[in-house]
Design a protein around this ligand. Structure first.
Ligand code: HEM
Length: 536
């Protein structure tokens, strides 16, 4: 993502444009026709400010190297610093830079001092040894809005309130008891996926990316609100797909004000703020409706909203849980629970199709264990050793959050003798770490067997493998996410044979990533699913 990505955010078309927007856009279109190169006059204005001003300043001030007391890093341009070096896939560009400047690298992104961590040792330093100093979040524009001004778990700064929210969520929302209680939901939704695949596969290739998203979106919605959000018996489209994609994009999309706090007004001018507000309002209205339904006897006492509304009345909590806290937590789970798991399933199937020997071994395992049973249940999954190795390998090569959610340093500190000033932003490049040939043999290859004879897991103690992060901010939904992905993958491998559409070979599979807070495939995964003899 380069410096102008935020302008792209501003100029790309919103998903749910209002009538007013079209009217406004018509006028701009006339202007842009005349200009013939820009999407809108406002964008042109913003480009001008951003291009001409730095160029002018460039001639007045020099590029600088980071001071010797900071970790090494590339030379910084005036104004934009190293923003231009992020590229379209920041995790990849940052890996290349860190090969030159080291596993603790210093950058300046706009006005923001930043460190990039690219080795297990440095990740351990930030997420374990100095976790208490680094466990806050930077006050990014979208984080502030989507967290109801710091009233959620994922995007709020570290504080006593955050600790309380995280504590009660761990006990009541993400607990082992709750994971167990949602077993039926996962089973029913995976059955719906299988039924949808049976129906759709008879008329041609299926869009597995769309179905993955829909599956996890419905599982998450039932966990939070007690109801599905797709049509009955359907696993092809989710009413909130566009809204969630929009939110994911804005959360990972590098908004201008996040790098130039004094230029936040440009985000208003370019329309990014309005776009953020529109998506926030869309989600807020939905959450309000669901809370109202629960308060008037709808919903279940055991879904997340039911549990949180009960806790709201609990005077022994030690703090008062407000409606905004409930909406903040629900929004986190809705956002964090769908795309992450969908990404794991779609990359998992992508790798399996590219690696037919692994695919066959996984199918032999599940079919050997299940015989003619008809469907895989969660108890069966515990015996699928090879399938679990596959999930680990998918998370190693395709961690859904390649840079985690950014952390920020709360006070001046030192790492390996270098000064890290207070408010330095920290990106942990877990994508680069889990592909580092110093720690992984044949690091770019998909080899689930590499996890066979060792105890490396993703629970945050092995710093060479951190798909869920580590320390105080480690993903609290790990168990909910992993069991759902395992169950879905086991069932679709058991019930279907998989192949590529006619005329395609595995070399033709598009591996391009769409960067955002969560990395999904850029193009949907389209596969041919052939039901096995069980369904003949
Ligand atoms: C394969 C599935 C998943 C993966 C790979 C994943 C990964 C992550 C990562 C990398 C983080 C950021 C950690 C950091 O910043 O240090 C995170 C945070 C979080 N995840 Fe997940 N996640 C998954 C599924 C889920 C699910 C299913 C839920 C909810 C049901 C969830 C809820 C959260 C929340 C609330 C946070 C914020 C934690 C905090 O800031 O304290 N995640 N996740």
């Amino acid at each position: 993502m380069d410096l102008f990505s935020s302008l792209y955010i501003a100029s790309s078309r919103p998903h749910n444009p209002s009538k007013a927007h079209y009217k406004y856009k018509d006028k701009l279109d006339k202007a842009s026709k005349a200009l013939n190169t820009m999407d809108s006059f406002l964008t042109l204005l913003a480009y001008s400010c951003l291009l001409l001003f730095p160029i002018a300043v460039f001639f007045c001030c020099k590029a600088t190297w980071p001071s010797p007391t900071l970790p090494p890093g590339p030379i910084r341009l005036p104004i934009i610093g190293n923003l231009h070096q992020l590229g379209e896939h920041p995790h990849r560009s940052l890996r290349l830079l860190s090969e030159k400047y080291g596993s603790l690298m210093s950058l300046k992104l706009g006005c923001i001092p930043t460190i990039i961590v690219s080795s297990p040792e440095m990740a351990c330093e930030i997420l374990k040894t100095q976790d208490l100093i680094f466990c806050t979040r930077p006050p990014l524009v979208a984080y502030k809005r989507y967290s109801y001004g710091g009233r959620d778990i994922a995007f709020s700064p570290y504080s006593e309130l955050w600790r309380q929210l995280r504590r009660i969520s761990m006990l009541e929302v993400f607990s082992a008891k709750r994971v167990q209680a949602f077993q039926t939901i996962r089973g029913e939704e995976v059955n719906t996926l299988v039924r949808t695949l049976l129906r759709q596969s008879s008329s041609g290739p299926v869009n597995l990316s769309e179905m993955s998203f829909c599956l996890f979106n419905n599982i998450t919605a039932r966990e939070i609100f007690g109801r599905r959000i797709s049509g009955d018996g359907d696993c092809t489209s989710s009413k909130y797909h566009h809204l969630l994609s929009e939110m994911m994009f804005l959360l990972g999309g590098f908004i201008l004000g996040d790098f130039f706090p004094s230029l936040e007004w440009l985000d208003v001018l370019t329309g990014t703020r309005a776009r953020l507000e529109r998506s926030f309002r869309g989600m807020d209205e939905f959450l309000e409706e669901e809370i109202e339904k629960h308060m008037h006897g709808g919903g279940s006492r055991d879904d997340f909203i039911g549990v949180l509304l009960r806790l709201k009345k609990d005077l022994s909590l030690g703090f008062s849980l407000t409606r905004d806290h409930i909406k903040g937590i629900a929004m986190n789970v809705f956002i964090a629970g769908s795309d992450t798991s969908a990404s794991t399933l779609e990359w998992g199937m992508t790798e399996l199709i590219r690696n037919p020997i692994v695919l066959k071994k996984a199918q032999d395992e599940v079919r050997g264990l299940l015989g003619n049973k008809g469907k895989v249940e969660e108890d069966d999954v515990q015996q699928l050793r090879y399938l679990k190795l596959i999930i680990k390998e998918v998370l190693r090569l395709h961690p859904p959050g390649p840079l985690l959610i950014p952390h920020e340093c709360m006070q001046d500190c030192k790492i390996t003798g270098y000064n890290i000033p207070k408010k330095t932003r920290a990106y942990i490049n877990v994508w680069a770490i889990s592909r580092d040939p110093r720690y992984w043999q044949d690091a770019e290859a998909f080899i689930p067997e590499r996890f066979e004879d060792n105890d490396i897991n993703f629970k945050g103690q092995h710093f060479e493998f951190l798909p869920f992060g580590s320390g105080r901010r480690i993903c609290p939904g790990m168990s909910l996410g992993v069991i759902a992905v395992e169950l879905a993958l086991a069932n679709i491998l058991y019930r279907f044979n998989w192949g590529l559409p006619d005329g395609m070979s595995k070399e033709d599979i598009d591996m391009e990533e769409q960067f955002g807070l969560v990395i999904r495939r850029k193009s949907p995964l389209i596969l041919v699913a052939t039901p096995t003899s069980l369904d003949a």
